[in-house]
Design a protein. Sequence first.
Length: 211
Amino acid sequence: MCANFKPLRPELSPILDLFPPTFDYKSEVYPGYNSPILVKHKNHMEWREAIFGLIPKWAEDSKISRHTYNARLETVAEKPSFRQAWRNHQFALVAVESIYEPRYLNNKPERWAIERNDDQPFTVAALYELAQQHDELVRSMTMLTVNADQHSLMKHFHAPEDEKRSIVVIPAHLRMEWLTADQQTAREMLKELGATSSFHPDDFKAYAAPR
């Protein structure tokens, strides 16, 4: 599960054929922090600001974002926190340079960075929601995850007894297809791309990155 990532630096936006975001955000994002996301606007992608950790419309406050930063493909359609965003096809992308995961060595967690071998940014499948919070319209998001027990890279992270999970990388040629997908297409894309095809171990590197 991804709870920490390095978002795309604004100056790298031209790599995605986009202008930089017009809002500020931190160089590392944790649940509850603001992050740039990409959503469909007319026939192209645009930046939006979103809290990392999806805040459903029924939530009393934003504290729930500490627990809703990842959504499992297997249960996203049923979980109260995520099902409305899923049913409404509110798909987004998170542009990142690195994601961080804990790797256990000698029973102790150590933060590791995972990024592309060519150091290029990549985009991660996400859901977004809009909710009224104290007379303010708040946008929030969650990253979607799939089982990674058999993934040759991602199976090395998280506690030994825990199920292994992975984000899903959406490659450049499928970004608009993801943003315009319906539920069935989105599910098929996550299953296919999650099976290492877009997050191929040969294309990514991992290394110790202590805080």
